[in-house]
Design a protein around this ligand. Structure first.
Ligand code: TYM
Length: 334
């Protein structure tokens, strides 16, 4: 039996944080062993908001270095940057003729990112979920490991695939399933547990980066918003304590100990004690990734070869899809 196909992407904007790791990259590590996995650094998504060209180049290599330092292995999976496989743009155009404007109008992430001044947002930012559908459908992915914030985009991808199949009377595209890490669906900001941990938050204390030093991690966890109570003794108490809930989620997800057991472990203890244990745990995860990222980043030729090799393997598969879709649409005369 052939293996399930897995596809996911990460934007090379800002620096990769613990939310990206626990929500997405940690899942990638398991999938590369079990499935036919493809991981993409989505630089074409990044330019939906203007990026300085030199920074963009640098950020693509940084994300690649973090992928490799986290344990992704180019021998077990395909890793490439989106712009080097032009079929993504081609399929995106085709699918933008299938997607309905009404569907895109419902996308909450566009509303959040565009803010009040929607007329000034790029058309690309609005059409972004169609490019994301193209990324996934180009490789016939069965599974898409993502954080909870991408769930609506996956639903749209399924709607687009379904309508394309119906329009062209052919069950061509598979309907992909989002795979959301149930232990860390959405890691929240350390400064405000009502917002997700995000690359674009103005406060650097809101997120832990995979390249942070041990001192930076300690400071960020010490400063993490909490409350003046003791640690909870049951999960019922968590609904009124979103900050503590978030810190326990982080502890649970890194340690692979379920949340109820984490609650039992720290029940009635001081929050400062819990924070100090959490610091050690986060450092034990981040320190090796940060130091290995630095080392890998200095080997530019290795990084370039890895991307070129990944792009070659991805292109081969993407071309086949575009050839088939061209036939379905009526673009190839044979
Ligand atoms: P991006 O670059 O914003 O985030 C990369 C991955 O990290 C997850 N994530 C989180 N998970 C848990 N808690 C958080 N606070 C958190 N913040 C981010 C995201 O859900 C994502 O899985 N549109 C995508 C990139 C993309 C893509 C794709 C993903 C483009 N094409 C095709 C899957 C398939 C994005 O902007 O992710």
């Amino acid at each position: 039996m052939s293996k399930d196909i897995v596809f996911s992407g990460v934007q090379p904007t800002g620096e990769i944080h613990l939310g990206n790791y626990l929500g997405a990259i940690k899942q990638f590590l398991n999938f590369q062993n079990e499935c036919d996995s493809i991981f993409c650094i989505v630089d074409q998504h990044a330019i939906t908001i203007f990026q300085d060209p030199n920074e963009l180049k640098e950020n693509v290599l940084s994300v690649l270095a973090i992928f490799l330092a986290s344990g992704l292995d180019p021998k077990k999976c395909i890793i490439f940057n989106q712009a080097s496989v032009r079929e993504h743009s081609v399929l995106s155009w085709y699918l933008s003729c299938t997607a309905r404007v009404g569907w895109l109008n419902r996308m909450t992430q566009f509303k959040d990112k565009a803010g009040k001044n929607r007329d000034n947002a790029s058309l690309g930012l609005y059409a972004y979920p169609v490019l994301m559908a193209a990324d996934i459908l180009l490789y016939h992915a069965d599974k898409v490991p993502v954080g909870d914030d991408q769930k609506q985009h996956l639903e749209l991808t399924r709607d687009i695939a379904h309508k394309f199949n119906a329009d062209y009377r052919h069950e061509y595209f598979k309907l992909p399933d989002p795979i959301i890490n149930k232990d860390a669906p959405r890691i929240m900001s350390l400064r405000d547990a009502n917002n997700k941990m995000s690359k674009s938050d103005v406060s650097k204390y809101s997120r832990i980066l995979l390249t942070d030093s041990n001192d930076e991690i300690s400071t960020k966890i010490s400063k993490a918003k909490s409350d003046s109570l003791k640690m909870p003794s049951s999960s019922d108490e968590l609904s009124d304590r979103p900050e503590i809930n978030n810190l326990i989620t982080i502890y649970s997800s890194i340690s692979n100990i379920d949340k109820d057991s984490v609650i039992n472990l720290f029940s009635g203890k001081e929050i400062s004690f819990f924070k100090s244990e959490l610091k050690d745990l986060v450092i034990s995860l981040v320190e090796p990734i940060a130091s290995s990222t630095n080392e890998i980043k200095s080997d530019i030729s290795y990084l370039k070869t890895t991307l070129e090799d990944g792009a070659m393997r991805a292109t081969e598969r993407a071309r086949k899809t575009i050839d088939e879709v061209n036939k379905l649409i009526g673009f190839s005369i044979d």
